[in-house]
Design a protein around this ligand. Structure first.
Ligand code: AHG
Ligand code: MN
Ligand code: MN
Length: 345
């Protein structure tokens, strides 16, 4: 009697490769290029995770001895992460260009390689200042379709609003390494099993909890906030006639602070501040920090606001344009807009 052919059932263990393929089935006319691009990002994440896990040993702590386009001291792990993502994507023929926090201009595809249909924008290592203190850091990415017809990618291919995004997500290198991403059909989280080197589906169909639990902001800058943001913070602390009672958490890595907000509920915000003329609209960058994180949180039922309206509506005018960020539960973030509209003319 031949062994019975097992019925095609939902497998117990779903690797990210299998999950991406299942996602691809939702796009019947897809070429598979986006699927392969997501594989490449997962592979980059494994390589960066492996270096991050032994940062103290591999002489990649500390600064690389130069500043980036943001005027920030570049850490060695930033350089490694930037190089890893670039080298995994420069030759595949899937991208027409890239853009990174670490590169002043858009990054062209070397002329010996074909130009593809997609654009990858990324923050190779988010939370760099935390590397030397063994605090969670991450990688943030967003993928767009090119707008120009063919040839090398151009600025118009990169400066697209979040409404045009095709896929977005992040890796967080923390107590475990997770990859959380969405292609517009909900959010799924994968945890890296280092013993087999695979990202396994650990958090299917992530939804932000209805109940807000944490508020997350760098209160050290309170003196630079506007009236509306100060009053909003009082409201989160249960004053200003609110019944809120939240715990305050702030890690200083956007990826980790937003990851906790997504899974624990609440709000992360980095408001506009008036302390530094270099960053009148706050510190975080629209294209490769705010937009991907706002896209993920909105796909999980939350909201990402500039304090005046949806982050995803903002059309970038410049590669490294900054924006105030309020990301979390829709009702709690909406309150920030109310206080800012009322007190910050
Ligand atoms: P990056 O390391 O990519 O430059 O990003 C750091 C950002 C972000 O991760 C975090 O939310 C913010 O800097 C923290 O800034 P403060 O130290 O001013 O709070
Ligand atoms: Mn960052
Ligand atoms: Mn960075």
């Amino acid at each position: 009697m031949p062994p019975e052919t097992p019925k095609a059932t939902q497998p117990g263990v779903i690797t990210i490769e299998r999950h991406i393929l299942m996602e691809q089935e939702k796009f019947p006319d897809s070429s598979g290029a986006l699927t392969s691009l997501l594989y490449d990002i997962a592979l980059a994440g494994k390589l960066i995770a492996s270096r991050t896990q032994r940062a103290g040993l591999a002489d990649i702590l500390g600064s690389a001895g130069h500043e980036n386009v943001q005027g920030e001291d570049v850490q060695k792990l930033d350089v490694y992460a930037q190089r890893t993502i670039y080298q995994l994507n420069d030759h595949t023929g899937r991208l027409c260009c890239m853009a990174s926090e670490e590169s002043k201009d858009i990054i062209p595809i070397p002329e010996q390689y074909p130009n593809g249909e997609y654009v990858l924008v990324f923050d190779p290592l988010d939370g760099s200042t935390n590397i030397d203190f063994n605090v969670a850091v991450g990688t943030i990415f967003a993928i767009f379709r090119r707008r120009s017809k063919s040839g090398p990618g151009r600025m118009e291919d990169v400066l697209q609003s979040g409404r045009e995004i095709v896929a977005g997500g992040y890796l967080v290198y923390g107590s475990s390494t997770m990859l959380v991403y969405t292609t517009g059909h909900g959010v799924n989280g994968f945890t890296l099993d280092p013993s087999i080197g695979e990202f396994l589906l650990s958090h299917p169909n992530v939804r932000i909890p209805d109940q807000a639990k944490y508020y997350s902001v760098n209160q050290g800058y309170e003196k630079y906030w506007t009236e509306g943001v100060r009053r909003y913070t009082r409201w989160l602390q249960g004053e200003e006639g609110s019944s809120m009672s939240l715990s305050q958490r702030y890690i200083g890595s956007m990826v980790a602070d937003v990851h906790r907000t997504l899974f624990g509920g609440g709000v992360f915000y980095y408001p506009a501040d008036t302390k530094d003329p270099k960053k009148p609209t706050g510190k975080l960058r629209l294209l490769y920090e705010a937009v991907p994180m706002a896209y993920v949180i909105e796909q999980a039922g939350g909201y990402g606001s500039t304090g005046r309206g949806p982050i995803l509506d903002v059309k970038p005018e410049a590669l490294h344009q900054r924006t105030p960020v309020f990301i979390g539960n829709r009702d709690v973030v909406g309150k920030a807009e109310e206080f800012i509209a009322k007190y910050d003319r």
